[in-house]
Ligand binder design. Sequence first.
Ligand SMILES: NC(=O)c1ccc[n+]([C@@H]2O[C@H](COP(=O)([O-])OP(=O)(O)OC[C@H]3O[C@@H](n4cnc5c(N)ncnc54)[C@H](OP(=O)(O)O)[C@@H]3O)[C@@H](O)[C@H]2O)c1
Length: 311
Amino acid sequence: MEKRTVIVTGGNSGLGYQCAKNIAMKDKDYTLVLACRNPEKAAKAIQDMKTETGNENIYSVALDLASLDSVRTFKELYKKENFPPLYSIVCNAGLNRTPLEYTKDGFEMTFGVCHLGHFLLVNEMLDMVAEDGRIVFVASDMHRPPIMMSLTAPAFTDAYKLAYLGKNEKPSGKDMNLRYSMAKLSNILCVYEMADRLNAAGKKITVNAFNPGLMADTNFMPTGSKVKKALISAGSTMVAKLTNRYGSGLTSGKELAKMITEESFAGVTGKYNDRGTITKTSEPSYDKKAAKKLWEQSAELLKMNQDEMIL
Ligand SMILES: NC(=O)c1ccc[n+]([C@@H]2O[C@H](COP(=O)([O-])OP(=O)(O)OC[C@H]3O[C@@H](n4cnc5c(N)ncnc54)[C@H](OP(=O)(O)O)[C@@H]3O)[C@@H](O)[C@H]2O)c1
């Protein structure tokens, strides 16, 4: 295999760490770049991953997806390192932020990090991605929330409403969870639209979405006392198993890594991989007008210039 670089956002923890580790283990010609916001956590993850895999080609480049400056600076920092050719970007970092928080640019945090930050990152980096490169967005089955949270699968209407929640609005926990659903629906709409645009531009780069399932072994679950965490973790694992939503960082990380390393994914694009099986997403996620509107409004919100918009 020729030398290749794979960027994994949020590669210091949970699913991102496991994905990066499995790629690093597959072949020492893979260089892994963990794109992380916390340098200490990144350094520790690199050390652990080198020990676990025996691959010495593991690095980090600073990236805070909650800051557009940081996302734009990432490309410059990355270029200076002269890594082998860029083959893949795994858009994995994410959070479900309650109580309400805002990014440095004033966007609601969950939508800002999960969708807007990654949208900008991928568009910025696209001209460096290899001809047969692969891009993956980590989405979630929460784009179609369980029936007790929402009777119908949510549909996208307006990116401005997702980005700018009124400062005086006080959304309930349920509303905030639906915002996470919308952020993950946005990841899927973005994948479908990007796949169409890449195809129309005659590019062979593939882009797909991935659902890892409900994982209680990552840092995603709410923080709190050890007892509280253990109870939430046990409860959600039981519900996830009963409802066929179970995942884990260990197993889902392997499946996610395969989307980058395995020949079976060559040429596969515009698909949703649910823990190893290509499946359908919610009906509203196939709304092409919605996907186009999300794309155009995202570019407006991010004030992207022509150089940043190849597609
Ligand atoms: N856990 C689940 O049940 C579940 C289910 C479906 C989908 N997912 C998705 O899976 C992905 C990985 O989550 P996980 O479960 O592995 O959780 P995790 O262990 O908390 O990992 C999340 C990663 O995202 C990083 N991150 C958060 N905000 C960031 C920012 N502003 N800039 C850069 N990096 C940032 C975190 O960095 P720090 O370490 O510095 O915080 C961490 O590395 C997420 O996209 C999540 O939405 C999770």
